[in-house]
Design a protein around this ligand. Structure first.
Ligand code: SAH
Ligand code: F3S
Length: 487
C-alpha cells in the first residue's frame, strides 16, 4: 500500500463522526471562503462545493480574514497556474497567524495531481480533495475538525453532480454555467486534464434541463453548457463514454448526443441565450453546426482550439485531425453560419517544433482569422505522454518569440473581425456596468464580443439592440437603439 492509499484508508476507517463538529455545524455560523483558478469548469465546480457545504451550515464570505474554512480550487494545466496557487497558500499562511482556527483545503486538479504529497509540501494545507470527491466533503471536514488531515482523491466513473443544485457564486444574475460532461478521454499528449479529471462521463439530460429551467425562473438570461469536450457528450442511461458500444439497442436508440442536447436546451427556453464550451475539432459534427443555425437563441460562437497548424505537431499532440480537415470544418461553419465567431487555443513551442511548424501555425491563423484566442507557451506537465516521451527541447526564448508572433497576429485578426461589426445593429445582453465608465453598460453580442454603450434607461439582464459605432481589437462601442424583440 502506498502512503496515499494508507492515508485514504485511515480516513475511511475513522469516519465515525465527530459530535463536536456536528454541533458546531448546526448553528449555521461557519464561514466559507472559496477561491477558484483555471478553467470555467473549476468555477462551476466551486458552485457545487458551495452548495454541498451550505447544507453543512457554511455560508460563503468574501472576507478571507473571517473565514473558518478556506478552499482553493486549483488548476494544473501549466506550471504557472500551480505557482500562482502556491503563492496564494503563502498568503493564507499569513492570515492563519491572525486567525489560527482557520482550516485550509485544496480542491481540483492540483489536489488530484499531488494527492497527499500536498500535505507534506504545504504545511498550511489540512485537506486535499479531488474533483470527483466533493460529496465526501462533509466527512472530510469532520476529520479536520477532529484535528486530523483529510484526503480524498478517488476518481469516479459516474459522478456528474447532476443532483446538486449549484449555489451561484459572484453571479451577475444574468449568465451562468451548466456543466454537462466531466473528465476527458482525448489524451492530448501535452494535457494533464485526463489524469486530474478522469474518464469522460455525461450528465443526465433531464437534470441539465431542470437546471436550465430553474435558472430561467430565477431571472438568468444566458447559459454556457460546459465540458472539457462538449461535442463528445453522450447520454445513454449513464456510464462511461467508452462503454457506449456495450449498451443495449434500446439505450442506443434513445441516446442523446450533443446536437440533440443543444436542441433540447434551445427548445426548453427559447428566449434564453445558449452557449457552449469547449469544442474539440475531432469530435465536432455537422449536426451541431446545423442545430446552431436552426435556433436563434444558440449563440453564433464556437471556441474551437487547434493548438498548432502543423500536421506533424498535431500528430505528436495526439490531436486526431489534420490541418486540412480543420479547414474543412471551418469552411462548413462559415457556409452554414456566415457570421459565426470562432476562437482558438494555441500552444507555442511544443517539443520538436521547428520554425517551419511555427510558420504553419501562422498560416493556419491567416486562413481562419480567428475572432479571438487563448495562447500559451508549452509547459511540460509531469506524467503526460509528452513529458514521458519527448524532450522539452524548444528553448524558452524561442517559445516566447513564437508565442509573441502568434499573439501579435491574433491581435490583428481580432481587430479585423471587430471592424466587421461597425455600422451594424446587434442584439446585446446587458451583464453589468462597464469597468471603465459607470455611465456605460457592458454586455456581449451573439459572437461573444464585449459591447459597451451609454446606460440610458436600460437595465442589467435586458436584451438591447445596439448600433456599433467604434471598435478596438477587443471591444465594440455603440449606442442603444431599442429593446430587442427577445425582451
Ligand atoms: N478541452 C479543454 C482544454 C483544456 S486546457 C477546455 O475545455 O478548454 C485549455 C488549453 O490550455 C488547451 O486548449 C491548451 O491550449 C492549453 N494547454 C493545455 N495543456 C498545456 C500545456 N501543457 N502547456 C501549454 N498549454 C497547455
Ligand atoms: Fe486536454 Fe485535449 Fe481533453 S486539451 S482536456 S486532453 S481535449
Amino acid at each position: 500500500m502506498t502512503a496515499n492509499e494508507n492515508i485514504e484508508k485511515v480516513i475511511d476507517e475513522s469516519r465515525q463522526g465527530n459530535p463536536l463538529a456536528l454541533e458546531k455545524n448546526k448553528d449555521n455560523s461557519r464561514k466559507l471562503y472559496i477561491e477558484s483558478y483555471g478553467c470555467q469548469m473549476n468555477f462551476s465546480d466551486s458552485e457545487i462545493v458551495a452548495s454541498i457545504l451550505a447544507k453543512e451550515g457554511f455560508n460563503t464570505t468574501q472576507q478571507l480574514e473571517e473565514a473558518d474554512l478556506v478552499l482553493v480550487n486549483t488548476c494544473s494545466i501549466r506550471e504557472k497556474a500551480e505557482l500562482t496557487v502556491r503563492k496564494r497558500l503563502e498568503k493564507f499562511n499569513a492570515v492563519k497567524k491572525i486567525n489560527p482556527g482557520m482550516k485550509v483545503g485544496v480542491l481540483g486538479c492540483m489536489a488530484e495531481r499531488l494527492k497527499s504529497k500536498f500535505l507534506e509540501e504545504e504545511k498550511i494545507v489540512d485537506m486535499v480533495v479531488g474533483p470527483d470527491a466533493y460529496k465526501d466533503l462533509p466527512n472530510l471536514i469532520q476529520e479536520i475538525d477532529g484535528g486530523r488531515n483529510a484526503v480524498n482523491v478517488i476518481l469516479s466513473k459516474d459522478e456528474t453532480y447532476g443532483d446538486v443544485a449549484p449555489v451561484r457564486l459572484n453571479s451577475n444574475g444574468v449568465s451562468a454555467f451548466v456543466s454537462i460532461t466531466r473528465g476527458c478521454d482525448n489524451m492530448c499528449t501535452f494535457c494533464v486534464v485526463p489524469f486530474t479529471r478522469g474518464r469522460e462521463r455525461s450528465r443526465d439530460p433531464q437534470s441539465i434541463l431542470e437546471e436550465v429551467n430553474d435558472l430561467w425562473e430565477k431571472g438568468f438570461k444566458e447559459i454556457t453548457l460546459l465540458g472539457q469536450n462538449v461535442d463528445s457528450y453522450l447520454w445513454y442511461g449513464g456510464g462511461l463514454k467508452k462503454d457506449f458500444e456495450k449498451a443495449s439497442e434500446m439505450q442506443k436508440a434513445t441516446s442523446v448526443n450533443f446536437a440533440k442536447l443543444l436542441e433540447l436546451t434551445a427548445k426548453a427556453q427559447p428566449k434564453m441565450r445558449i452557449r457552449f464550451s469547449t469544442s474539440n475539432p475531432q469530435d465536432m459534427t455537422l449536426d451541431v453546426i446545423e442545430t446552431m443555425a436552426k435556433y436563434v437563441n444558440i449563440c453564433n460562437y464556437i471556441h474551437l482550439p487547434v493548438q498548432s497548424g502543423s500536421d506533424r505537431i498535431l500528430k505528436a499532440m495526439n490531436r486526431l485531425h489534420t490541418r486540412e480537415e480543420y479547414f474543412e470544418m471551418i469552411d462548413s461553419i462559415r457556409k452554414i453560419i456566415p457570421d459565426c465567431a470562432i476562437s482558438q487555443d494555441m500552444i507555442a513551442g511544443f517539443p520538436t517544433e521547428t520554425e517551419e511548424d511555427h510558420q504553419d501555425t501562422l498560416s493556419l491563423m491567416e486562413y481562419v482569422k480567428y475572432d479571438f484566442g487563448f495562447m500559451f507557451a508549452y509547459s511540460e506537465r509531469p506524467g503526460t505522454m509528452a513529458a514521458r516521451k519527448l524532450d522539452d527541447d524548444v528553448p524558452e526564448d524561442i517559445k516566447k518569440r513564437r508565442l509573441n508572433d502568434i499573439i501579435n497576429l491574433q491581435q490583428r485578426h481580432s481587430l479585423f473581425r471587430t471592424q466587421q461589426h461597425l455600422g451594424k445593429t446587434e442584439e446585446v445582453l446587458i451583464e453589468g456596468p462597464s469597468k471603465k465608465s459607470n455611465a456605460h453598460w457592458k454586455g456581449r453580442n451573439s459572437q461573444n464580443i464585449v459591447v459597451v454603450f451609454p446606460k440610458e434607461n436600460y437595465k442589467v439582464g435586458d436584451f438591447v439592440n445596439v448600433k456599433i459605432n467604434e471598435c478596438t481589437s477587443a471591444t465594440l462601442i455603440g449606442e442603444a437603439v431599442a429593446h430587442s424583440k427577445n425582451n
